[in-house]
Design a protein around this ligand. Structure first.
Ligand code: XMP
Length: 600
């Protein structure tokens, strides 16, 4: 089968590139970024991924220069764009401004893989460094306001590269760029998802042999599809599910999940209430990564405990999980990738068990949108296939904890500088004394959110303001819009951990939001809607703050904040502000990157 290679430099989207190529029918494989050119001789084209490093750093991963001698088309993306410049005699430097999220490229030329594009195209960016001089034989193809060499080409040798990410859905012209690249390579389109599922089923059969699978199941689409797939291959007596109620689920969720699983014929299910264990283990834990590690480890402890109680012989049973690819990549699952956040199903102990061949994760190579397609093929009802994603650690990662007020470096000067930008939009600005997780230039960040407030502003303006702030100021990775109260004069952060009381507050807020989405009939246009509780008391009020974080996405690797109709939003705020324990409501206006979807 004809194939295209993706060289992985640790970019968050390296796997997504291969996924895009495969979706277009061409088989694609991922190799380490430093793979020798010798190993790449059988590929019809080579794509260099993004990555968190800087090409100028001596220790950063470098492509074998021999790949440019193989005579096949080469496409460099982000770090791969910079790698191409570096390898062939161009120059790369840190940009004056970083770019995260949306930007507009003006194309001066539209030939080769840029054929068919408009003069101006919306693209998605995530970078600090940029190419400042193209190598000999290359021409500048297009640029943005902050990145003049956003695309370059050597048409003779069929080398193309770009600073933006054509592989994410937020770069609408990306599909055309890949179509053109594939056409240039001449690779035949011989690959499809059905074939892949067949292959996956064969692999399950081979791996499991005569053994059985004890699968961690949450009621979400990933683990449900994994269960049904395993059951289809192994038969219902060889797959058993464990549903752990961590105490961080949505209100009434345990009952609903049990019913939903029963309705699709999943009867082999053991339910375990672990809320006591979880609240005890997370007492006085404030750091997001620490929380995530404890949560992941405890899932495993409980699985072992229940296995023992049920008398299951560990030599006869595999541990099954509904892991999908973003869980792996965000946990730093490839050689050059940064840990963005530890997903509950990818803690070190699981990785060790996996290395020992004791774990089965049939969906590990897929993205949410593909899992949904597999779910549809397996006959899963629509409401389960399209359920909003919910993270394994549940509300625990939406209930922010703090030891106290977090000091902001050079607060006064930072706020004064940011105010100059906010002034252009007639807004006031503050930096919030808590932190959240983000992903910028393929790196994890843990920084402060900026708060803008003061008057009604259009979503377009909020989007522009948000990108300007996160691109320009290293101290912030997220921007929220203050909805209620009207002014934010002072902030207090009391020591707060994961208490039952706080989880109950967020459960109630989440239920109000979820019910309202259904009532207002907007739950299908929103991909996911986390409601986040901040231990932030505003204007000497006793209640804490809520953040609304609705996003649009396809596979969670990139996302836009959702632009809710303002009338609907006002109605929702009214309902939330009446909730005991809540005195302020914010709306997250950050895309991914620079912010992740969840706050921790
Ligand atoms: P972020 O916050 O990284 O989230 O943009 C991307 C998607 O992953 C979900 N998420 C998780 N899912 N275990 C999961 O099963 C986890 O530990 C976890 N953390 C985040 C998140 O809800 C979003 O859909």
């Amino acid at each position: 089968m004809d194939k295209i290679a993706v060289l992985d430099f640790g970019g968050q989207y390296a796997h997504l590139i291969a996924n895009r190529v495969r979706r277009m029918g061409v088989y694609s494989e991922i190799l380490d970024g430093t793979a020798p050119a010798q190993k790449l001789k059988d590929y019809m084209g080579i794509i260099l991924s993004g990555g968190p490093a800087s090409v100028n750093a001596p220790e950063s991963p470098k492509a074998d220069a021999g790949i440019y001698e193989l005579g096949v088309p080469v496409l460099g993306i982000c770090y791969g764009h910079q790698m191409t410049a570096y390898a062939l005699g161009g120059e790369v430097e840190p940009g004056v401004m970083s770019e995260y999220g949306p930007a507009v490229v003006k194309f001066q030329q539209k030939k080769g893989i840029f054929e068919g594009l408009e003069n101006e195209e919306k693209v998605w960016m995530s970078h600090f460094d940029q190419v400042v001089k193209v190598p000999e034989g290359f021409e500048i193809v297009g640029g943005t306001e902050d990145c003049p060499i956003a695309a370059m080409a050597d048409y003779k040798r069929n080398f193309y590269s770009m600073q933006f990410h054509p592989e994410v859905t937020h770069t609408p012209c990306g599909k055309q760029i890949f179509e053109n690249f594939i056409a240039l390579t001449g690779a035949k389109r011989e690959w499809n998802l059905d074939q892949y599922v067949e292959k996956m089923m064969e692999e399950i059969k081979m791996k499991v042999g005569g053994k059985k699978v004890f699968l961690m199941i949450s009621g979400g689409v990933d683990s449900t599809v994994a269960f049904l797939l395993l059951e289809k291959v192994l038969g219902s007596d060889r797959v058993y599910g464990l549903f752990v109620d961590t105490g961080f689920m949505r209100m009434n969720e345990r009952k609903e999940v049990e019913e939903a699983l029963k309705s699709v014929g999943i009867g082999n299910l053991h339910v375990y209430d672990a809320s006591e264990e979880y609240f005890a283990a997370l007492k006085e834990i404030y750091e997001p990564e620490k929380k995530r590690q404890i949560i992941g480890d405890l899932f495993l402890d409980i699985q072992e405990k229940v296995s023992e109680r049920l008398g299951l012989n560990p030599d006869e049973w595999f541990l099954g999980q509904g892991t999908i690819y973003p869980d792996t990549i965000e946990t730093g699952g490839t050689r050059h990738a940064d840990v963005i956040k530890t997903h509950h199903n990818q803690v070190e102990r699981i990785k060790k068990l996996d290395e020992a061949g004791k774990v089965i994760e049939p969906l590990k190579q897929l993205y949410k949108d593909e899992v949904r397609l597999v779910g549809e093929r397996l006959g899963l009802p629509e409401h389960l296939v399209w359920r909003h994603p919910f993270p394994g650690p549940g509300l625990a990662v939406r209930c922010l904890c703090a030891k106290g007020l977090d000091n902001i470096e050079s607060k006064e000067s930072l706020e004064a500088e940011m105010q100059q930008i906010a002034d252009r939009f007639g807004m006031k600005i503050k930096v919030l004394p808590i932190k959240s997780v983000g992903v910028q230039g393929d790196e994890r960040t843990y920084r402060h959110p900026a708060l803008v407030y003061g008057k009604p502003l259009s979503w377009d303006d909020l989007d522009t303001l948000s990108s300007r702030l996160t691109n320009q100021f290293k101290g912030v990775n997220r921007v929220v819009y203050g909805l209620s109260p009207d002014a934010f004069d002072s902030f207090v952060v009391d020591p707060s951990d994961l208490s039952r009381e706080r989880i109950s507050t967020i459960q109630q807020a989440d239920m109000i939001v979820m019910n309202y989405l259904a009532e207002a009939k907007i739950n299908r246009e929103i991909w996911q809607f986390p409601t986040v509780l901040l231990p932030l008391k505003v204007n000497n009020q006793s209640g804490e703050s809520l953040v609304l974080r609705p996003v649009c996405s396809e596979e969670a690797m990139t996302a836009n904040f959702y632009r809710m109709d303002f009338e609907k939003l006002n109605e929702l705020i009214k309902r939330l502000i009446g909730l005991k324990g809540i005195s302020a409501v914010f709306y997250d206006v950050t895309n991914k990157p620079p912010g992740t979807i969840e706050w921790e």
